[in-house]
Design a protein around this ligand. Sequence first.
Ligand code: FRU
Length: 296
Amino acid sequence: MTPTRILCVGLVCVDIVQVCECFPDEDSDKRSVEHYMQRGGNASNMCSVLSQLGAECEFLGSMSDDLFSEFAKKDFGENNISTDNCTYHKGHDLPLSTVIINQQNGSRTIIHSNKSFPELSCQEFEKIDFSAYSWVHFEGRNIEQITGMIKFLLTWRSKSNSCLKISIEIEKPRSNQEVLIPLADVVLLGKDFALFSGCRSMVETIQKFKHNLKSGATLISVWGTEGATGYSESAGCKHSPAYLQLITVDTLGAGDTFAAALVFSLNKGNALDKSIEFACKVAGVKTGIKGFSLLK
Ligand code: FRU
């Protein structure tokens, strides 16, 4: 039987969220209107969305044995997300984000702490049996190791005649990430990365980076409230507007939601235009609700 399982490689952390009436002034002492804790990290958030969309999905990354890791592990389980191949680094603190959500516009301000938590290594990655998956998605971090992982996967794919697809999201405004672009079948470029690279729009982003793609690959520029534009040689340029909600409640992980819905749709074999539109719609729904419980 052809596998349909999606593997998301990247970060899991815990997000401590404070919802505030307005963004606080420096050195002020304010009350929030609500607080809660949720499992976070791009790859982990993507799994939350994929699972609700009905995909069989798995998270792959580093975990620990601290309280936050226990919380994350339990939450993965409760959401039907496998963590079977994760690596455990006992005694280390799982990365933690403190997030302020501004109730006036749903903006999320993230303060992320990572006390040199060990990242997944290529050696650990290579032990996995990839015949179980139809899609492997990588969060753009840990660039050197991820480059090795994708190259390993490409060799494995050609040797085993597999149809497995590889996607990567480059989101953070950091240099040296372009090396990943020619490796993947589907490349998502976030707005922060595009601006950092000197692009002022989705069209400019596509124009600048489409030449770095490998033959037959797809490039997607994601631009928050302006929607997303995709490009492939066969489909040309396809755009979808964002589906803004009447009230924007919470934008934390909206980009991860877009990425998850896009991978979900492409993994089903849907066309690029249909998949981008679907991803914009699901991301829109997410901004109108608190957290990731899209179906509740
Ligand atoms: C949202 C998110 C949060 C996490 C942060 C890490 O995209 O994954 O859940 O705290 O980004 O950068």
